[in-house]
Design a protein around this ligand. Sequence first.
Ligand code: UDX
Length: 429
Amino acid sequence: MRVAVIGTGYVGLVTGVVLADLGNDVICVDIDPHKVAMLKQGKSPIYEPGIEEMLVRGLRSNHLSISDSVAEATKASDIVFIAVGTPQSPDGAPDMKYVIAAATEIGRAVDHYVIVVNKSTVPVGSGTLVAETIAGQGVSADLFDIVSNPEFLREGSAIRDTLQPDRIVIGASNPIAAQRVSDLYATIDAPKIITDVNSAELIKYGSNSFLAMKISFINAISRICEACEADVSKVAEGMGADKRIGRPFLNAGLGWGGSCFPKDVAGMINIAAKFGYDFKLLKEVVAINDDQTLHFVDRIRRRLGGLKGKRIALMGLAFKPDTDDIRDAKSLVMIREILNEGGSVVAYDPIAAENVRQVFPDIEYANNTQELASGADALVLVTEWNEFRQIDLARLSRLLKQPLLFDGRRIYAKKVAEEAGFEYCCVGG
Ligand code: UDX
């Protein structure tokens, strides 16, 4: 099939390269000339395992091409995906300006029947908004259909999540259009949930909000565990063994961040309010999440007798491992808190340090964990990169001014850390 994908962010680029890899003829479009130039050379603007290999393979096989023209891509395609950003507005609602701009350009270019697929995370009613925008360019209703096909990929495992999804959600009012989009994924072995556009849009927000709620729930339990000396990992294991609950996304830690959960939970609260429902449960999910990091900083503060004049070493800065993404990363909150109180920060991350440097140019950046630990008052594990799991704790403990280890993601066993000479403190313990 001939496919255009507008927007080469996480969702758009992964969708584009995967659909090309499945044998479709795909044109990936972006308005950013720098990104277009990079992509044409087979370089990915985002860090994602496996993406560059697939990009190069697509370009070499001619199944994939890169363009800066929505019009050309629309004219050359049967299916046009809108995968542009929907950043959060000040009131929590997703900002639809890029979606509307893409739909307007598609509308101007349509010269044959096309299926326009919303892949961006968009609020309920966006299908209608996109349809009205295209129709507003004088396109007659029989020349296009709108389909919602939300994306559930995670950063760091985006290719695998796209090729092996738990489900594929397709919302459309025209069953023929739904079938055409479903056919794109024919070789992917996953249940296809075919529904109306509004339900598909709500599935995306409902799923991400529920997952965020699951994490906040176990983080709330972790607070009780700290008070009664229970083991939150065992509680999660015991709860998760119930198939109705499930073990994934019950890892207590510093809270959820990233580009999706914070934005989508805020979006869900906003959408609910627009439809007359006060989603108090989700507001509390956000409050628990915000409190989780601050509470951990408070434990460090109390143990050190204040943060003023203390040198705190942060291990990991990305919002989660295997990405350089620092959007809503808990490291940023911690750095701000420590600096505000007159402490100093030294930080290390395998790949996200440069991004943090843009926000905090004046903190110290270490080149490795030994440099990081040297002379620090406390070592704080913020992001659970695999390389930190294998670390020689005994060697590190000797480098610190005081051998204090605060484990924000519970990756070390207390006994092992203590045997290595550390005084160990973790979330939920
Ligand atoms: C998420 C959704 O998982 C994905 O389906 C959607 O398409 C985009 O948003 P992503 O933001 O890439 O994906 O990361 P994810 O792996 O879901 O983690 C989100 C946050 O939750 C991270 O900050 C992570 O550290 C935190 N998390 C996750 C926990 O604290 N505990 C857990 O058990 C799982």
